[in-house]
Structure formats: structure tokens, C-alpha cells
Design a binder for this molecule. Structure first.
Ligand code: AHR
Length: 312
């Protein structure tokens, strides 16, 4: 009768017509912009009403956005946390309001019962893959490495540093001589690389750059060229993300390797949310995306074209 119909309607609306708040970090990199585009696209395809909040790199803005989503009574929250610490209170508030939170691409230091699941890559592994690439490429040759770190206190900056250091450990030919944050941006990557070059005999003392993302690498490549050196040859360049621009640089011989991070974190997040909403299926606490290594032998212009069609 009417009661059955009403409950069916309620069920279908709770499954299909969801309102989801998305607290995004900002638009510091090409990868981040693509993640935003793809999240909006994935929401649209699923009929989800996505409330988007850009935090402009500030955790306090993200906390405010989360509180506003909770006050509005959204059905779920996606959070890409700018830094790892300081989330306990607001995540507890979401939990008390019975609003599931899904973490995208970065992790938090909070207890894992404060969120439904996290979609992301193994960030330590990414750093490891980058470091291992360098170890293999050098084949025992002496090499001074400079590092551009991501945003201070963010899980990718912490983990990618650790992963790289693990990989080069015990290889005495490789020395990490300088390491500083470039905030995951092109501008800062260029600026910090300029200071590294200046401090290291115009760059003559540097054999490789490890950047925690491609955007910083692209900025640094510019700095290396302006210093009169050849990026990709005089200074090897390895980074993370696999955004289209790094493949262009690779095709020009100016970058050597990158580790892919998929910008489609929302797809698996919405799938997990749909299953949870439908019948309470608990997703695993961590849904891991792949980390693939690309080098200049992987037909970079072809990959560039493919990537251009993927939300970048
Ligand atoms: O959290 C993922 C990182 O954030 C990406 O590697 C970087 O480009 C972005 O800014």
C-alpha cells in the first residue's frame, strides 16, 4: 500500500539523490585542479548534488566548511585534508551528526573510526618508486640530490620524503644535500630551485632533483634552464603525479621520470558511499589507487594526449 510505496521512495531518494559536501584544499597544482573537475563530473553522473568549498590552502577554512556542511545536514562529506593533524574535533562532530566522512588523497592522524574510508595512493610507496628509479638510473654513480617537498605537514610531503629516503638508504653514492618545501606549486618550485642552484655553484654540484609533485618539477626545470644547464641531462628530474605537462617536458628530454597519482579519487569514494548508503556495507578503511612509474621510454607525447582527455 501507500506505506510500502513511501518507504520505497525514501530508500531510493536516500540512495540516489544525495547531497555531498566537498572540502577541497585549493588549486595549488594541475593534479589538484583535475581532481576537482573529476569529482564534479563523477557527482553529476551519479545525480549527486555536490556542495563545493575551496579552502585556499587553509585548514581553518576546511574546518569551517565541514561545520557548515554538518549544519546543512548533508548526507556525506568528502575531505581532502591539507595537513595531517588537527582534525579530531570536527570529525567527531560529523560522527555525532551521523554524517559519513570520506578522505580523498591525503591522510589524517586521527583514529580511523572517525571516517568511513580513505581513498588514496600509498604515499610512502610513491617516494620509494621515485627513489628506486634514481638508484637504478645512476648505477652506482655519485650523485648529489636536491629535494622539493610538498606542503609542510601534509601527508604526501611527509610520506614521499620518507619513502624516497628509504629507497636511497645504503646507497652511499647518493647524497641528499638540500631539501625545502615548494608548497606543491610551480612558482615556489622555481623560486626554491633558484636558491638551490645559487647555493650549489650555479647548479654544477647538483646531479638530480626529486620533487614531491610535477608542478614543482616544471617550475624547477625553468630555473635550471635559466641557470644555463640542461634539465634531464645535467640535472636528472624525477617527480610525482603524472600530469600532462610533465610528459611534454619528458618528450623534450627535460624530465626523466614521474610516478602516477590518479586524480579520480571520487569515483571509488562515491562507489563506497553508494554501497554504504544502500545496505550499510562497510568499505575497507583504505581504498588504494595504483602508483605507476613513467619514464621517457613510455612514449610521453602519446601519454600527454591521453592525459589531456582525462580531466586535466
Ligand atoms: O595530495 C596529493 C598532492 O597534492 C599531489 O601530488 C599534489 O600535486 C597536490 O597538490
Amino acid at each position: 500500500g501507500a506505506g510500502v510505496l513511501a518507504s520505497m521512495l525514501m530508500l531510493s531518494s536516500s540512495v540516489f539523490a544525495q547531497t555531498v559536501g566537498f572540502s577541497q584544499i585549493g588549486s595549488e597544482s594541475g593534479w589538484r585542479a583535475a581532481e576537482t573537475t573529476l569529482t564534479q563530473q563523477q557527482a553529476k553522473e551519479r545525480g549527486i548534488d555536490l556542495k563545493f568549498a575551496d579552502a585556499q590552502q587553509k585548514q581553518e577554512n576546511q574546518i569551517k566548511a565541514l561545520r557548515s556542511f554538518i549544519a546543512q545536514g548533508v548526507d556525506a562529506i568528502l575531505l581532502a585534508p591539507v595537513v595531517a593533524t588537527g582534525w579530531d574535533s570536527v570529525l567527531e562532530e560529523a560522527k555525532e551528526a551521523d554524517i559519513p566522512v570520506i578522505l580523498l588523497d591525503r591522510m589524517v592522524d586521527s583514529s580511523d573510526d572517525l571516517y568511513l574510508t580513505a581513498v588514496g595512493s600509498d604515499l610512502v610507496h610513491e617516494g620509494n618508486v621515485a627513489g628506486q628509479w634514481l638508484v637504478d638510473e645512476l648505477g652506482g654513480k655519485d650523485c648529489n640530490v636536491v629535494e622539493l617537498q610538498g606542503t609542510t605537514g601534509s601527508s604526501p610531503a611527509i610520506d614521499r620524503k620518507n619513502g624516497f629516503e628509504q629507497a636511497i638508504k645504503g646507497h652511499d653514492n647518493i647524497k641528499l644535500i638540500r631539501s625545502q618545501t615548494g608548497d606543491f606549486t610551480r612558482t615556489k618550485g622555481k623560486e626554491v630551485m633558484e636558491s638551490f642552484l645559487k647555493a650549489e655553484d650555479g647548479g654544477k654540484n647538483i646531479c638530480a632533483l626529486y620533487a614531491h609533485n610535477d608542478d614543482m618539477a616544471v617550475g624547477a626545470i625553468q630555473a635550471i634552464k635559466e641557470a644555463g644547464l640542461k634539465p634531464g641531462e645535467d640535472i636528472l628530474v624525477v617527480s610525482i603525479d603524472a600530469v600532462p605537462d610533465i610528459f611534454q617536458a619528458m618528450a623534450a628530454g627535460e624530465a626523466n621520470a614521474t610516478v602516477e597519482l590518479t586524480p579520480n579519487m571520487a569515483g571509488p569514494a562515491f562507489d563506497a558511499l553508494a554501497a554504504y548508503t544502500k545496505d550499510g556495507t562497510m568499505p575497507p578503511k583504505f581504498i588504494q589507487t595504483e602508483s605507476k612509474l613513467y619514464t621517457k621510454d613510455d612514449d610521453p607525447m602519446k601519454v600527454y594526449e591521453e592525459k589531456k582527455d582525462l580531466g586535466y
